[in-house]
Design a protein. Structure first.
Length: 300
């Protein structure tokens, strides 16, 4: 367990020691991160194509993903709505017109192209496929190192994180209820509870959750984690326009770890600048929790 946790956390820690201020370097790091996400997903697709009984396994992935998403996202939604009703978060805001929902969905779905492309290539009898797992492992270490740099360069201090009550509250609610949902899903699917906890602790970070589960339990559960977290992002984008005016805490919480990056501009436009600090805090904390919790649950 400790060696697995060290492999995941060490690259993040080393990256966190590096703080970049130059805009050009930060832009380059962001592009590099995107590149490694695509590379990893491509090789995940290759691994998926190598499975025996491919048709049956694809059906299992669809069922697993659907059950996990319904349980984790559903538990998040119910708990967040309850807190929104009991303690509504209403602030004056300078809301702007939201970007096209269809455009945001298409941008989110673009990442599936690498997975599908890798899957199609994996159907060919090429000799380098035996190195797919090694490529994923090396790319994961580099990706985590880059994530560490991003977290340090986000500008958030420990004081700012601890003083933002909304961001802390949504983080706790999302983490706890997602794990409850993962436990329920594991019982429904007759999987070990620790596996259910691992799948549900991705919190929307589809690239990392899919990779870690693929490394530990193979491409079926890896793809399940990937699609579970991708569905969170897609549904968050769909629900933001209808929820953000009245249920701000719910809207923020449903975005999960993506509130610090992909969904942040949508949250800001729909809810005003007051949405930004808690969104960054929530995304920051959940991004830190993902590798820690997943590694723990995968190795206990």
């Amino acid at each position: 367990m400790y060696s697995g946790l060290l492999i995941v956390l060490l690259p993040i820690f080393i990256g966190y020691l590096i703080k970049l201020k130059q805009r050009k370097l930060l832009d380059f790091i962001n592009k590099l991160l995107g590149l490694f996400v695509y590379i990893i997903l491509f090789f995940m697709g290759i691994s998926l194509a190598q499975l025996d009984d491919l048709g049956g396994n694809l059906q299992s992935i669809m069922i697993y993903s659907g059950v996990f998403f319904a349980c984790t996202f559903g538990c998040n939604f119910i708990a967040l709505m309850v807190f929104d009703v009991i303690r509504p978060w209403k602030e004056s805001n300078n809301a702007e017109a939201l970007p096209s929902t269809l455009k945001m969905i298409l941008e989110s779905l673009q990442i599936c192209i690498s997975l599908v492309a890798g899957f199609l290539v994996g159907l060919l009898p090429l000799p380098f496929f035996e190195y797919a797992s090694k490529v994923i492992e090396v790319a994961l270490i580099i990706l985590l190192f880059i994530v560490g740099i991003q977290l340090r360069s986000s500008g958030m201090t420990i004081k700012q994180i601890l003083l933002n009550k909304i961001g802390l509250m949504t983080t706790v609610i999302v983490a706890i209820t997602a794990l409850i949902g993962g436990t329920i899903a594991a019982v429904i699917l007759d999987l070990p509870v620790k596996t259910g906890l691992a799948v549900s602790s991705g919190f929307g970070w589809y690239s990392l959750s899919g990779i870690l589960l693929t490394e530990a339990h193979g491409p079926i559960l890896g793809s399940t984690a990937f699609f579970n977290d991708l569905l969170r992002e897609l549904f968050a984008v769909l629900l933001i326009p209808s929820l953000i005016r009245r249920y701000r805490m719910t809207t923020l919480g449903l975005c999960g770890a993506t509130s610090m990056d992909f969904t942040l501009p949508i949250l800001q436009k729909g809810g005003g600048v007051s949405m930004v600090p808690p969104a960054i805090v929530q995304g920051f904390l959940l991004s830190l929790l993902v590798p820690i919790l997943m590694t723990l649950f995968l190795h206990i």
